[in-house]
Design a protein. Structure first.
Length: 619
């Protein structure tokens, strides 16, 4: 070993020289650092709390794939060899910094969405408006560890600047050798798989099942983004269904039908106005609860006690978050697996709730106080069939809280807009104030929480939902005084979970939390249907998903099922013998399904993706 060390030292001293050795070390520092950052990244992803890290878990996850980590990193850094002197230093620093920022952005995104961001997000920069506080809450104090190597590189350059900057030669041969090595190593398995059709090649499995978090585990965040760019390019091409896929879709709609006789809920709200209130971040766990002897949702509690309630509606949003809920509630289609459906396919044809109600004489309007560019709401909602779309520019921004217009002001300004619509009408409305990080101003807080809970996101969530609940109550009173409530069905549903979706780490820090505060692992949102004339209130224990809301409402509104049973992926929860929901991570929550039914319903994520991308209903 000593002899080997002496030979290496002699090689650098006599063959490469001190300057060459210094350049070599300058190159090696970011190479090793980026690989270590990729391992640290896995440490965050595999930790029980993604705001904390477990380096041992990260290394255990990554160790079998470290050569791929080095290969992808070496490929990118190799271009530094085409520069000389200061140019090489700038390239290495800039590349390391860019990759570091990319990894931290990946990590922040993972903490919010439990997946990794796609290059498709570059088309969605309008979503950054008013999101500063929410974005900042997605980062951890430990993220500073990703920048330690810049201190090391800075110190190395400080003591070796002359040795490195005086070099006037590029290293094209070293560049070519590095590129060839990395391309051959990374390309060996795909070449065998897709050119030689040799499926027995070692590690074939890691190339044949693309999934964001798994791809990052196998190839590092750098490799993941390389694969993602290819995937985005591949999926940008028009998708054509094969005959087998067409048959698969036809069989799904044929086999999903339950063919049950109508019950008392069929057409119970025929010709009534419909107002859907989509409440930001509303979770089922908070309904009916008290804090400091104060009800958190007294208005919604009363609607539940006098209406129809589905507490077991599982969240099914994906990367489009709130916009995905808009899509599902109005089309009974699941969102795309990658990217936002409203951004990628705003002009896809749907057999939607607004179109089906319009066919029976309804005027329809989607009313957001966000800007229409946010999640491309204007394109997406008009694309699915709403006649009218009102956004930020239709409101007086007289009171802003958090993300935008306060819910209280929004509902006040909503009344005259609804009065201008002709009966019967369907209005799809969306609240904002209960958006994370739940930092409701003190003057709106009513619960008198202790300091620890008040400063925690859970306490902020309690206050925010209580505020929105009161705003809904005032809205209903105004509707009643204007004579709009007698002939109107009011629906309340949550767009996605909130405090448990993003802030479990904060909840865990509470010194004495109530048992019901904790995440049960069941990401459910409320679904309430209310009208003054409901004679027999009922809570349904049926398990469902957000794609089931549209066929359930259509059944109650008296639209014949044959108009949508062949296009809606969801089912009517008012008349079903099945209890299940397919989650966005391709798992199934169910009670009593056969193995054949489980397999059929688990396939709808893929079917929905193909139907949207191929514009299936336009054909």
């Amino acid at each position: 070993m000593d002899k080997l060390f002496i030979n290496i030292k002699s090689f650098f001293k006599n063959k490469i020289g001190i300057e060459g050795f210094a350049r070599f070390i300058l190159f090696i520092i970011p190479l090793i650092a980026i690989v270590l950052k990729s391992i640290l990244f896995q440490g965050f992803l595999t930790s029980e709390n993604p705001y904390d890290f477990d380096f041992n878990k990260g290394y255990s996850t990554a160790k079998s794939f470290l050569m791929y980590y080095y290969a992808f990193t070496l490929f990118i850094l190799s271009f530094a060899l085409l520069f000389k002197g200061k140019g090489r230093i700038i390239y290495l620093f800039a590349t390391d910094f860019f990759i570091t920022v990319l990894i931290i952005a990946d990590l922040g995104y993972f903490r919010g969405f439990l997946t990794l961001p796609s290059a498709l997000l570059l088309t969605q920069t309008s979503n950054m408006d008013n999101m500063g506080a929410t974005i900042l809450s997605m980062f951890s104090k430990y993220d500073v560890l990703f920048f330690i190597d810049f201190i090391i590189m800075g110190l190395f350059l400080f003591f070796n600047k002359k040795l490195i900057t005086k070099v006037k030669r590029r290293a094209p041969i070293s560049f070519v050798i590095s590129i060839i090595i990395t391309v051959l190593y990374v390309g060996y398995v795909p070449f065998n798989l897709y050119i030689l059709h040799n499926e027995e090649v070692e590690n074939a499995w890691i190339f044949s099942n693309y999934d964001p978090t798994n791809t990052a585990k196998f190839f590092s965040p750098v490799g993941y983004h390389a694969f993602d760019l290819y995937t985005v390019y591949r999926d940008s091409k028009p998708y054509e269904l094969t005959k087998e896929e067409q048959l698969e879709i036809d069989n799904f709609f044929k086999n999903k039908q339950e063919n049950l006789p109508d019950n008392k809920y069929a057409g119970m709200f025929k010709d009534k106005n419909l107002i859907v209130i989509q409440v930001e971040s509303l979770e089922s766990f908070i309904i009916g609860k008290e804090v400091n002897n104060q009800k958190l949702t007294p208005v919604m509690d009363n609607l539940i006690n006098t209406g129809l309630y589905f507490p077991n509606i599982y969240e099914q949003v994906n990367e489009g978050t709130s916009s995905d809920c808009d899509l599902m509630v109005n089309t009974s289609m699941l969102p795309l697996r990658r990217g936002s459906t409203f951004f990628r396919y705003p002009n896809t044809t749907y057999n939607s709730l607004p179109l089906l109600l319009k066919d029976t004489g309804y005027e329809t309007a989607a009313i957001h106080s966000d800007k229409g560019s946010f999640w491309n709401y204007v394109g997406g909602l008009t694309g699915i069939g709403f006649e009218n779309f009102l956004d930020y520019f239709s409101f007086n921004m007289d009171e802003e809280i958090g993300m935008g217009l306060s819910d209280e002001s929004y509902f006040k300004q909503l009344i005259p807009k609804l009065k201008d619509m002709k009966d019967p009408f369907y209005s799809f409305t969306v609240t904002l104030t209960s958006h994370g990080p739940f930092d409701l101003p003190d003057e709106y807080r009513k619960l008198g929480l202790d300091t620890e809970l008040a400063n925690n996101e859970m306490g902020g969530y309690f206050e925010s939902i209580k505020y929105t609940d009161a705003a809904i109550g005032n809205f209903l009173k105004s509707l009643d005084s204007e004579g709009l409530l007698d002939n109107t069905v009011v629906v309340i549903e949550g767009d996605h979970t909130g405090v448990h979706k993003y802030y479990n780490n904060s909840i865990d820090k509470l010194s004495n939390p109530e048992e019901w505060y904790k995440d049960t692992g069941h990401p459910t949102v409320p679904f309430i249907i209310w009208n003054k004339d409901i004679e027999a209130p009922k809570t349904f224990d049926t398990i469902g998903g957000q794609i089931d809301i549209m066929p359930t409402l259509l059944y109650a509104m008296g639209v014949p099922s044959e108009k949508y049973s062949h296009t809606a992926l969801g089912r009517n929860l008012l008349n079903t013998n099945k209890s299940f929901s397919v989650l966005t991570n391709n798992t199934l929550v169910e009670e009593g399904l056969s193995e054949e039914e489980k397999e059929m319903h688990l396939n709808i994520l893929d079917l929905s993706d193909k139907m949207i991308r191929s514009n299936y209903l336009a054909k």
